[in-house]
Design a protein around this ligand. Structure first.
Ligand SMILES: [Zn+2]
Length: 674
């Protein structure tokens, strides 16, 4: 326990510094600044933007996405963001963005599913129910009998059944059912009730119709209609009772060469050499897609509109750093944009990504999470986010408990009046921040996301589950963090340094569980995380350089006291990344490892399971651990050293599992051994 006395001394210094700063709402800002932001943010207008976007069926590379992008551009121009534009990146199954092979777009026009006999009637139709037709379905006009194939993802599902020319009912993953039922056995198409992401509420609502998608790489796709669990169960019962059910399926839809459309707008900074701050949201998906992700799109629009308005009104000055706003087709669009704009990547200092941020939490059953920047690239953006989040949560709680002024409580009536249920947590996977934070681009991002959401990826993800107060709070939070990163003057930077230091020290003092090697690693990596965080302040606010250098010297000494010796017999191999791979190995529907190992990319779930089947990736946090292992492969660290960083910053994984994962990457030529 030799670390304890040192930490005690460090810990004593911090709280008094914070206390003097607490006469301000935000320790590193005079109160006029949060007040100027609060004055411009409109939660009700943000909810209205959600409603507007929800009307577009926003599948990647579809006319609905293009229309939503144009709509966003018009709104930005009207709000005074004069450079708003839409950039188009080919999405055609051929064009590559580094290792990522783009996939086709999709043009759905109409579709209907009717029961012909014995109970004639319309079951569902597109576009009346936008999620009725699985994405990347294609033209059909088929009258055929229904056959139950169970999951439909295993040849056994089809034993003793003739599905040729028939319509199959299956609840397995859609690309696999398409392959086995339609391509290999001649079925005309299928009906699917593939289940949704699992939450504690799974199965409660049997009328949810889930979004479905076929492989956007498979140009010979037939069609799939999506059913609720209740509908599918009734058909299964009727088939089991010996009924012959005949359907008429009509589809007018085609997979087409298209583009990934990215909406770009900036609030120009006063110092072109000072770098940029980026705010991102994916503008897809299925209509309504209100929380996922009209909400994030609307919230970053509100940040753009509000900051622009405050600058025009001169309640805020022009920021020093440019603030760049991007609305993207999720992950694929981020990959295309960053690969094609290396000059922008160089300027991006840090950012915020918003994906699912507007849920009325009492309805969606979620918590609002702010994930820190990746553990592989600690940044003061996470510390700034923690301060603003605490302020928003405090204001919301005070109002809910005591009433009073809704304006001060960050309440937008008739929106909700409840306290904001929120937390700060470590990196989680699942959206565009994976691309920005990946080591080739290296942009630290804080990630806003509601989870869980009982309506996710279903027809019930509707604007009525969202809340003006929640959206206003999130937009205010995003604006506050972005404004701090972009515009904090040098004169305030020492206060930011003190705050960030205090927060990091608190985590250092919590880090070491025991004197085991992994206990020491936890302490060591917490100190290294603090060093990297403080150095990011010096980079962004050079006036703090000498103060940061002094802190860094002290922390280096502390780190050396707890650094454990190398483990005996550790894996000393050094992985070197294939320079052609920029961005994450999996880019939405594209799985580099599966592709390189000669398997067909059939969709994120199916291909990830097939290709990334290692002990590391199969851990509950395997997505984060493998992503970060690849990020930490800098051509200098050994497998054992990468393992130690993962162990100290995430969880103590066995070094053999890390080595096994890199062996897989070596087979796929994602890395070579030095
Ligand atoms: Zn999303």
């Amino acid at each position: 326990m030799r670390l304890r006395p040192i930490l005690l001394i460090a810990g004593l210094a911090a709280p008094s510094l914070v206390r003097t700063a607490q006469t301000r709402t935000i320790p590193f800002w005079p109160d006029e600044v949060p007040a100027a932001i609060r004055a411009e943010i409109d939660g009700n207008a943000t909810l209205e933007t959600v409603r507007e976007l929800s009307r577009f069926h926003r599948v990647h590379g579809s006319p609905g996405f293009a229309a939503a992008a144009e709509h966003m551009k018009k709104k930005l121009l009207a709000a005074g963001l004069a450079d708003a534009a839409v950039e188009h990146f080919p999405a055609d199954g051929k064009t590559k963005y580094a290792h990522f092979v783009s996939y086709s777009g999709w043009n759905p026009v109409t579709a209907s599913l009717e029961e012909v006999s014995p109970q004639p009637g319309l079951v569902e139709s597109f576009p009346e129910l936008p999620v009725a037709l699985a994405d990347y379905s294609q033209d059909a006009d088929a009258t055929a009998e229904l056959v139950d194939a169970g999951a439909g993802t295993n040849p056994k599902s089809y034993e003793g059944k003739n599905v040729a020319g028939k319509i199959v009912l299956a609840d397995g993953d859609l690309p696999s059912v398409m392959r086995l039922a339609c391509k290999e056995r001649g079925a005309a198409g299928f009906l699917s009730d593939f289940p949704n992401q699992t939450t504690a509420w799974s199965g409660d609502d049997r009328d949810l119709v889930r979004w479905g998608h076929l492989s956007p790489y498979a140009l010979d796709n037939k069609f799939a209609f999506m059913l609720s669990r209740r509908q599918a169960a009734r058909y299964r019962e009727r088939l089991a009772a010996g009924e012959k059910i005949v359907f008429h399926a009509r589809v007018a839809a085609k997979m087409v060469p298209a583009t990934y459309d990215v909406v770009v707008a900036t609030i120009p900074g006063s110092d072109a050499a000072a770098g940029e701050i980026v705010l991102t949201a994916h503008l897809c998906h299925e209509s309504a897609g209100a929380n996922d992700n009209a909400s994030g799109s609307a919230a970053i629009f509100e940040v753009a509109r509000a900051l622009r308005a405050a600058i025009a009104r001169k309640t805020l000055p022009a920021p020093r750093r440019t603030i760049r706003f991007l609305w993207l087709p999720e992950i694929a669009g981020s990959e295309a944009y960053l690969v094609r704009h290396p000059e922008v990547v160089k300027r991006l200092a840090a950012g915020i990504h918003m994906d699912m941020v507007g849920g009325l939490l009492a309805t969606t059953k979620g918590t609002f999470h702010v994930s820190r920047a990746a553990g592989s690239r600690p940044h003061v953006a996470s510390e700034i986010a923690a301060v603003w989040l605490e302020h928003v949560v405090d204001a919301s709680r005070r109002y809910a408990e005591r009433g009073g002024d809704p304006y001060a409580g960050l309440v937008w009536l008739p929106g909700s009046r409840e306290p904001l249920l929120a937390d700060m947590r470590a990196l989680e996977m699942g959206s565009d921040h994976e691309v920005f934070e990946e080591a080739s681009f290296g942009v630290p991002i804080v990630y806003f996301h509601d989870w869980p959401d009982v309506t996710i990826h279903t027809n019930k993800d509707q604007p009525e589950n969202l809340d003006a107060t929640k959206l206003g709070r999130v937009a205010y939070l995003g604006a506050g963090i972005a404004w701090t990163l972009a515009a904090l003057p040098d004169a305030e930077a020492p206060r930011l340094l003190r705050t960030a230091r205090a927060q990091c020290e608190a985590r250092v003092s919590m880090a070491q569980a025991d004197d085991s090697r992994d206990g020491l690693l936890a302490a060591h990596e917490a100190i290294e995380t603090e060093r990297e965080t403080l150095r990011s302040i010096a980079t962004m606010w050079p006036a703090t350089s000498s103060a940061v250098a002094r802190e860094d010297e002290r922390l280096e000494q502390m780190a050396s006291l707890v650094r454990p010796p190398a483990a005996p017999g550790a894996d000393a191999r050094v992985p070197v990344r294939n320079p052609e791979i920029r961005g994450p190995l999996s880019v939405y529907y594209f799985d580099y490892v599966a592709d390189a190992l000669g398997r067909t990319a059939t969709g994120p779930t199916a291909s990830a399971g097939a290709s990334l089947d290692t002990r590391l990736t199969n851990r509950p946090e395997g997505g984060v651990l493998s992503y970060e292992a690849f990020n930490l492969a800098d051509g200098a660290r050994t497998v054992a050293q990468i393992r130690d960083v993962l162990a100290g910053r995430y969880e103590p994984v066995p070094v053999e599992e890390v080595g096994e994962y890199f062996d897989l990457l070596a087979r796929a030529r994602a890395i070579t051994w030095k």
